[in-house]
Design a protein around this ligand. Structure first.
Ligand SMILES: Nc1ncnc2c1ncn2[C@@H]1O[C@H](COP(=O)(O)OP(=O)(O)OP(=O)(O)O)[C@@H](O)[C@H]1O
Ligand SMILES: [Mg+2]
Length: 113
C-alpha cells in the first residue's frame, strides 16, 4: 500500500478529480495548503528581489491506494494537473504500512479498496 500526496494548483482540482474518477479512484482527502517550490513562491506572481519565501495557495491531495493503483493514480494526477508551467505541482509517494476501516475493523488492502 502507498500513500500518494500531491500538491497541485487549486484551479486544476476539477480536472484532477475528473481524471481520478476516470481511473476508478474515488477515495481522497483534499485540503487547502500553502506552499512554495524552487521559485520560493515568487516568479509565479512577482518579479522583485527575493528576500524570503512567499507562500502560495495550493491544494493538497492525499490518496491511499493498493499497489496496483499507484501508477494509474499518478498518471491521472499528472493528466489533470499538468500545464507545463512552473508551479504545476509535485507528487510524493510514501509506503503505507497499515490502514484500518473503523466501522468494520477491516485492515490492509481490504480496508483501502
Ligand atoms: N521539496 C518539497 N517539499 C515539500 N513541499 C514541496 C516540495 N517541493 C514542492 N512542494 C510543494 O509543492 C508545491 C508545488 O511545487 P512546484 O510545482 O512549484 O515545485 P517546483 O519544484 O518549484 O517545480 P516547478 O519548477 O515546476 O515549479 C509547492 O508550493 C509546495 O507546496
Ligand atoms: Mg515551483
Amino acid at each position: 500500500m502507498k500513500l500518494i500526496i500531491a500538491m497541485i494548483q487549486p484551479h486544476k482540482l476539477p480536472d484532477v478529480k475528473q481524471a481520478l474518477f476516470d481511473a476508478d479512484v474515488h477515495k481522497m482527502t483534499v485540503s487547502n495548503a500553502l506552499g512554495c517550490g524552487q521559485q520560493r513562491g515568487y516568479t509565479e506572481t512577482y518579479r522583485g528581489a527575493i528576500t524570503e519565501v512567499n507562500l502560495l495557495k495550493k491544494i493538497r491531495l492525499e490518496i491511499a491506494v493498493n499497489d496496483n493503483f499507484v501508477q494509474p493514480t499518478i498518471k491521472a494526477i499528472i493528466k489533470g494537473a499538468r500545464s507545463d508551467k512552473i508551479g504545476d505541482g509535485k507528487i510524493f509517494i510514501l509506503d503505507l504500512p497499515q490502514c484500518i476501516r473503523i466501522r468494520t475493523g477491516e485492515e490492509g488492502t481490504a480496508a483501502i479498496g
